[in-house]
Write a protein of this length. Structure first.
Lengths: 500, 245
């Protein structure tokens, strides 16, 4: 298929932008200016100022001499690029492949897009009229090459759409600067009286190269489509992406549901055919007022199950605010992984953490309350109670060492040991009684001590002597003395947990 | 004459149970939960799986005892390698301790959530999931409506739900199939042996739907529940007086 490009030229990009923001400027001539080599120089002038002969590059003092009541605004160096990027992102509704064309244009690769708008004429007028209704002076042209589209948009007199077989004839009548040439080369051409493309395009290539350098030939070839021209996209195309433009803006939750369902069906079918599953997906909702609402979901295991993924998105629908309406939905699978082939077992089913139902449940929970809430623990090679388990994020990871059951461990462990008051401590024995949260517990039975060192290579501090004790009511506790018995200090006892 | 009346009554009781959704276990295929005689207290003499059990705990020591008792039940429920979810807000549970109850703690997934509302939502979602063996939720309080929702969720999926009510302000009615209260008891050791013995609890079945409440002394001994004998007589006695009254 022949490639088609659309070039948009914003003739008064920055001044139009300011006029939109300050409508009172519509009837006033104004310019943007910035200091260059110590002089204030005009960088952009609006249509009214340009009509009086002020062009970018003029010195501001001269411009003020022409128009006495000229309004002057400071130029910011990256303003044009920012504006173009914003406009480019807005144009994503027309085609996914868009590149900036600094300082004042956009290039759109529209191959295979125009028929969705009933042909190139309707497509072009839709874009231009939408931009003009926003308040931008926009000119656009469609051609087979970027160079030709660029030239026709800026210098063309006839129809803005160039058919494939008329590319060369259309280019011939254009002036030489329609070829995006370096000013030095352009000046040399002007000096020799070569003002239009047709005056030098049929000259021998070797002569052109000798006199004007390689660049001229490259530009000519690019305009004629003999040389490929790479585009620096403002938004790299995601390999797994589904788009759903809407005829009427969507405003209801049911509408959003239908849109998500349809996008997921297409995406999942594609993923399934390629044996992939998605881990992270983003749904982008392009609203009429220009805002983009993003909703992200993630799964614990690669999945291409439409029903499950829809449930994950369903939880997020309340966060999508349609305002005046959503006109385009884009679903992108950002993270895609190979999916393990699910074997349909005829007898029995997978149990435990491999069960697909459990994995889907955890996906739903992770998307509602955040993945950090889900915890799973494996044994770690430490005696120190707080370090004896480690948290893992994966559901499939198996313990590397066996769980230890030879030492008594409490079923409830306090997040940090709490100090208790004890009475009558004796060396190498638990105390007679302890007071925890104002309540006195007389110790009737005890086991221990179990000495646990702090592991000096990790942190410094006292060791702990743990005792399992039982009070007169039958409640069982885990107490420890921090450090050695000293005889004087009594408040070095802590409670660390409760036994069943 | 008396015999036929008895037959009639037992037949009627069976019918009522069937109409309420309790199906009699078919043959010998039903497995025991390991509670021994306590199971007799339940309808048809089977521990009701696929229902909600609530545990009243008033103090942290009781919560620990209740967690231990649930751990013993989970050992059987998770027997085939299935997973379990433990949902709570300020969880203190130490996974490693489940090793002594015969469960690999890595098969338990913990959900540490921010508030009670999230716990209720997650519990309901989890109870609807068929692949789980059990769901344990630590809640401060549960209302009748909330418990009804949870009970409805399990009726389809047949997941067993345990609710640890850590701060029951008032003993409201709930739709749970059984209400337990587990309190720790002093452990006993043979002779004058020093040290702490096996965990021992006073297991009270305060309410049980279509069953007979009771009270037992249970010990977790060598990986299984052991009902302590001398207490059994007392329990049976009270059971009979209850029936007579």
């Amino acid at each position: 298929m022949a490639r088609r490009f659309l070039s948009i030229w914003f003739r008064y990009l920055t001044t139009d932008w300011l006029t939109i923001r300050k409508p009172e400027l519509q009837t006033l001539p104004f310019v943007f200016a910035t200091p260059v080599h110590g002089r204030m120089t005009v960088t952009a002038a609006n249509a009214l100022a340009e009509a009086q002969g002020i062009t970018p590059g003029n010195v501001l003092a001269d411009a003020k001499a022409i128009i006495a009541n000229l309004e002057v605004f400071d130029e910011k160096p990256d303003r044009a690029a920012k504006l173009l990027k914003g406009l480019g992102l807005w144009c994503i509704r027309y085609t996914p492949i868009i590149a900036l064309d600094l300082p004042d244009g956009l290039i759109l690769d529209i191959s295979g897009c125009a028929h969705l708008w009933d042909g190139e004429h309707a497509y072009l007028s839709e874009i231009v009229s939408r931009l003009q209704s926003k308040g931008y002076h926009a000119r656009a042209a469609i051609a087979d090459t970027i160079g030709a589209a660029w030239a026709i948009a800026r210098f063309g007199h006839g129809a803005p759409i160039v058919k494939s077989n008329e590319l060369r004839t259309n280019l011939l009548s254009l002036p030489a600067n329609a070829l995006r040439l370096d000013p030095v080369v352009l000046e040399r051409l002007q000096k020799l009286g070569l003002r239009t493309v047709k005056s030098f395009i049929s000259m021998p290539r070797s002569a052109l190269r000798r006199r004007f350098g390689k660049e001229l030939l490259l530009r000519v070839d690019q305009a004629l489509g003999e040389e490929d021209e790479p585009l620096q996209l403002i938004k790299p195309v995601e390999p797994y992406q589904e788009r759903l433009p809407c005829m009427e803006p969507i405003r209801t939750a049911t509408g959003i549901e239908i849109a998500i369902q349809r996008l997921l069906e297409n995406l999942c079918q594609r993923l399934q055919e390629e044996g992939k599953g998605l881990r992270t997906a983003i749904l982008k909702c392009y609203r009429i007022d220009g805002k983009v609402i993003k909703v992200e979901i993630g799964t614990n295991q690669a999945s291409h199950h439409t029903g499950h993924l829809f449930k994950l998105f369903e939880l997020k629908i309340p966060t999508i605010e349609p305002a005046l309406g959503i006109e385009l939905f884009i679903l992108e699978a950002i993270k895609v992984e190979d999916v393990a082939q699910i074997q349909e077992a005829l007898w029995g089913k997978k149990v435990g953490l491999d069960n697909p139902n459990v994995i889907e449940l955890l996906d739903r929970i992770a998307n509602k309350v955040g993945p950090t809430a889900i915890r799973r623990y494996l044994p770690d090679e430490h005696y120190w109670p707080e370090r004896s388990i480690k948290q893992v994020s994966s559901l499939q990871q198996k313990p590397a060492i066996a769980w230890r059951v030879d030492r008594p461990r409490p079923i409830q462990l306090l997040p940090r040991p709490e100090p208790v008051e004890v009475a009558a401590p004796i060396p190498d024995y638990p105390p007679m009684l302890f007071i925890y949260q104002g309540k006195k517990h007389i110790i009737k039975k005890a086991d221990g001590p179990e000495r646990i060192e702090r592991e000096w290579w990790i942190e410094a501090g006292e060791h702990r002597d743990y005792y399992q004790v039982e009070d007169e009511a039958g409640c069982r506790y885990w107490l420890f003395r921090s450090g050695h018995y000293t005889g004087e200090q009594s408040n070095q006892w802590f409670i660390h947990g409760f036994f069943a | 004459m008396v015999d036929t009346q008895k037959k009639l009554i037992s037949q009627l009781q069976k019918d009522i149970l069937r109409w309420q959704g309790f199906t009699a276990p078919s043959g010998s295929s039903h497995d025991h939960i390991g509670l021994g005689e306590i199971e007799v207290a339940f309808p048809n003499g089977v521990f009701p799986k696929g229902t909600i059990h609530e545990f009243l705990t008033f103090e942290p020591e009781h919560t620990a005892a209740g967690s231990g008792f649930i751990g013993g039940l989970l050992k059987v429920l998770m027997g085939e390698g299935s997973a379990c979810l433990w949902i709570g807000v300020a969880r203190k549970l130490f996974p490693i301790a489940f090793g002594s109850f015969g469960i690999e703690p890595d098969r338990i997934i913990f959900l540490d959530l921010k508030n009670e509302k999230e716990v209720l939502w997650a519990t309901e979602e989890a109870l609807k999931c068929e692949g789980l063996a059990a769901v344990v939720a630590e809640l401060r309080e549960i209302s009748f409506t909330q418990s009804r929702r949870l009970q409805l969720a399990v009726e389809k999926s047949k997941v067993t739900g345990f609710i640890l009510r850590t701060d029951p302000l008032k003993l409201s009615t709930t739709a749970c199939a059984a209400r337990w209260q587990i309190t720790p008891l002093s452990s006993l050791l043979e002779g004058a042996m020093p040290g702490v013995g096996f965990p021992r609890w006073n297991v009270e079945l305060l309410k049980v739907r279509n069953g007979n409440p009771g009270s037992w002394t249970v010990e977790w001994n060598a990986g299984q529940f052991v009902i302590v004998a001398e207490e059994r007589a007392v329990a049976e006695l009270s059971h009979q007086t209850l029936k007579a009254g």
